[in-house]
Design a protein around this ligand. Sequence first.
Ligand code: 13P
Length: 251
Amino acid sequence: MRRKLAAGNWKMNGTSAELDRLATLAERHSAAGCDVLICPPATLLSRAAEALSDSQIALGGQDCHTASTGAHTGDTSAEMLKDAGASHVILGHSERRADHGESDALVRAKSEAAISAGLIAVICLGESLEEREAGQTLEVIGTQLQGSLPDSASGETVVIAYEPVWAIGTGKVPSTEQIGEVHDFIRARLEERFGAETGGSFRILYGGSVKPGNAAEIFAVSNVDGALVGGASLKPQDFGPIIDALAASAG
Ligand code: 13P
């Protein structure tokens, strides 16, 4: 069985003043019936690791370089994230694809670097509004999935996050039918490429305007194994109920 995962992406938010939110979350969720992951900015990783050392909450980075060391000013390697306390790293988020021109091939190379360093890669896919309106959603997702995942991927080393670009930070959420269609499609493609057992082992998260009020409905959709949460993950009073809804959906 795939264990559910509630992941929080803090994006470029948070300074040391916000670290106490992690302790609040850890106190509230010592025995959550699902996995919980927080991806704070890289500057907070090692202090977050100290704050969460007695908890079950995992930590992740939000990007990494393809190389482990070298002359790459401003970049962070997967090894460095791991050293700072991360077990996961988000890769190919649509904001990085848009702001930094990241291609599927680059996301794949970064994923290989992350896996080599012993991190779990949380690989993000998602269509734009124009692509959805042009009826290209499954084609776009299929291309991103094929190009961004390394051949060595498995459910132990990779988590997929489906995040429609138009749903991120907008309050607009696809219908449960639309979410289910894409998640079922991703599952079928994974099973085709990696075989039924390995393909069935990947967790597929939904991301984009997940809130306490819509979480339970989204978690009831087939092949939704959790969420990648942006804005609501910054507030324990919002992320807490989302985790509770996910744990409840796991039964
Ligand atoms: P929001 O939850 O703020 O829409 O962000 C989703 C996201 O991009 C998570 O990676």
